[in-house]
Write a protein that binds this ligand. Sequence first.
Ligand code: RIB
Length: 313
Amino acid sequence: MKRKLIILTDPGQDQAAAILMILGAPDRFDVLGLVATAGNIDLGHTTDNCLKLLELAERTDIKVYAGCPRPMAGALVTAEHVHGPTGLDGPDLPDVTTRIAPEHGVDFIIRTLREAPAGDITICSLSPLTNLAMAMVMAPDIVSRIGEIVAMAGAYFEVGNITPTAEFNVYVDPEAAKIVLDAEIPITILPLDVTHQMLSTPERLAQMRKIGNRCGVATAEMLEFSQAFDLQKYGWKGAPLHGPCVPAYMLQPDIFQGRKINVSVETAGALTRGMTIADWWQISDRKKNAFYVRNGDAEAYYGLLLECLARLP
Ligand code: RIB
């Protein structure tokens, strides 16, 4: 049975790899649409980047919807310093031959959840949660219709990446993350604690190139561009590959380990806004609202990614 996905994304090279991984598993995923989020780069670029990726993978049958141009509160924080001025720097991507759908991304989320049988749809969140939270505020009836959320979000043991305490996706829109986590929807979180174990070493990038198809080569070129900042910052043998942890978990959950705990979001702290507090040792009496993934098998992860990329053009 294919998993029906609404993908929330602000590509971003790592998220591009995640989207291509999903498209490389058409027997497992039915992509209902991409909702472009303002995040790594402004909304204009993230919508363009979604269209470019679908062109690259020859999947222009999938529609792209533009979401909100900024988070629920405060100004947009972007990450050109990691992803480049377009957000998808690295390869020459094919010219876009399609346009975004006219429907607003938030309206698309609401309509699609209302039209599908309750529980049928998984929200695959690679980005800040702005558009999902906005949909939940605008149409509370959809909350109980969401089957599951699988999200790259947050950090605890690995601390923050955009501030000393906050992971980027949550930092961009902490209010949205709080709304989603407080809603008691089944949610699996892939935080920096696990994505930092998934390093795109030169050997792994070479394996992507060796696939030889244009999606494999483009993915290697994208990650070779975006890795520069993290290699400099962390001094590791490869840059962490965040986004594909989401499809990898959906494809093969047994290569990951975690536990059901409380995850709360700080929205007010002067130094800690956007921090996710993962009650790993279950010290508080706060409700266990999320399956929090702490570890994963990197070899199996990259094997899955290569397998999916190899099925693409
Ligand atoms: O913190 C990592 C996440 O933030 C990744 O999804 C990256 O694309 C940025 O959005």
